[in-house]
Structures are given as structure tokens and as C-alpha cells.
Design a protein around this ligand. Structure first.
Ligand SMILES: [Mn+2]
Length: 223
């Protein structure tokens, strides 16, 4: 049994399939965890969501929320607000269109809503952006994820943090995050590993295997 933590997917189902095939991923044996930002930007978000929704039902897939999922959910609740969702660079229009075409629209939206802000797995913490901290006292703390909101947008800060705001967990556990594109997945500072190699524009998707912390890469062509 192996657990793979995969970087931001942004609709790139064919690149994910390439990676899963490369690591001989077995749905009956292995588990896949996404660091969020599964949706938007790519051409195949709908197909990817249906594939992963089936994977969640079959027990081999889970994900934490990314900032793109948060914006989508807020926009769906109030389509006149959170217009960042339909911004051309943010890329949410494709997700909205894909959702409108799928018969499982409601089930998939409810499922995305259920994704947690962070996951704790094998002594590591998986969060899309980074763990919040209290200035001058407590460093990164999962308990603050739900409480720390961006002052203007009201979005969860832990889904938007980027370096240099990233800090290690106060309890010494390693954090695995996406959101900030790095040329090579791996440790950026003590206790922080970044896995997003920007596959929606670079074609390179990376994953880390929790059991031995080995990094795997697959190079595809983004669509
Ligand atoms: Mn992101």
C-alpha cells in the first residue's frame, strides 16, 4: 500500500493518468491525495472531477480544498459575488460549464464542499497554501486554519499563503503544500515540502510517496 500526495491538477486528467501509470498505482491497494486546486484552467476539469469523484466513492482518492475550490463554492452560493471565479486567468468558467453539463452536478459540488482545509496523514500535514501562525507566539497551527481569514476577501488564509509567509508546524510535523509553483518538488525549508510543479502550464506533475518520501514526476503536455 502506498499513499501519493499529488500537486495542483487544474483539470489535467491525462497528465494524472500518466503519473498514475508510471507509479503503477493500484486503486485497490494505493491511495491518492490531492493538495487542492484540482479544478479550473485546464480543458478537462469535468472529466477529472468525475474520475476523482468515483475514486472518492471507491475509497482511493481524497483531497484538501484549494483556493480555486473555495472561490468556486463561494461563487456558486452567490453568483453575483466572488467574480474572481469567472476571471479569465483564474479559469473558473470552464469548471462552471463542465459542472452544468454533468448529471452529477449537485453530488460533485457537495463532495467538493466536504474537502477539508487540511489533512493529517502519517505524521504529516497536507494543506494547500500553508498553516497560519500567531505573530510573535505560535507558529503554524492546524487549529488556526478555520479561524484565520483574509481581511478583505474573507477567504481562508491557509489556502492562499505563499512563501515567505509559509512557516513550519509548531509541533515539528512536516507540511506538504501546493499552490506555489516550484521547478522541482521537494523541501523548500525545514519542515516544508512543496509539490506543485505547475502542470497546467509546464506539463510536469509531481507526487510524493508518504511511506518513503520519494518524489515521482511525469512530463505530459498540458491541455
Ligand atoms: Mn492555489
Amino acid at each position: 500500500m502506498a499513499t501519493y500526495i499529488v500537486g495542483d491538477l487544474h483539470g489535467q486528467i491525462h497528465i494524472l493518468e500518466g503519473l498514475l501509470s508510471k507509479v503503477s498505482f493500484s486503486p485497490g491497494r494505493d491511495h491518492l491525495i490531492a493538495v487542492g486546486d484540482v479544478i479550473d484552467r485546464g480543458e478537462n476539469t469535468g472529466e477529472l472531477l468525475r474520475f476523482l469523484f468515483a475514486g472518492a466513492r471507491d475509497g482511493w482518492f481524497s483531497s484538501v480544498k484549494g483556493n480555486h475550490e473555495e472561490v468556486l463554492l463561494r461563487h456558486l452560493k452567490n453568483p453575483k459575488s466572488h467574480l474572481l471565479c469567472v476571471d479569465s486567468e483564474f479559469g473558473g468558467k470552464k469548471t462552471l460549464e463542465a459542472l452544468s453539463r454533468t448529471s452529477e452536478r449537485k453530488e460533485i459540488i457537495n463532495w467538493i464542499e466536504s474537502w477539508p482545509l487540511f489533512l493529517e496523514k502519517s505524521g504529516r500535514i497536507i494543506v494547500h497554501g500553508g498553516l497560519p501562525s500567531i505573530q510573535g507566539s505560535r507558529m503554524g497551527d492546524t487549529e488556526l486554519c478555520d479561524k484565520r481569514l483574509e481581511p478583505i476577501t474573507g477567504y481562508h488564509a491557509c489556502l492562499w499563503f505563499r512563501p515567505p509567509k509559509l512557516c513550519p508546524s509548531y509541533d515539528g510535523r512536516t507540511i506538504i503544500s501546493g499552490h506555489s509553483i516550484v521547478p522541482q518538488a521537494g523541501s523548500v525549508q525545514d519542515g516544508i515540502i512543496l509539490v506543485d510543479t505547475g502542470c497546467y502550464r509546464t506539463g510536469k506533475l509531481s507526487a510524493i510517496r508518504l511511506e518513503d518520501m520519494l518524489i515521482f514526476e511525469y512530463q505530459g503536455i498540458p491541455k
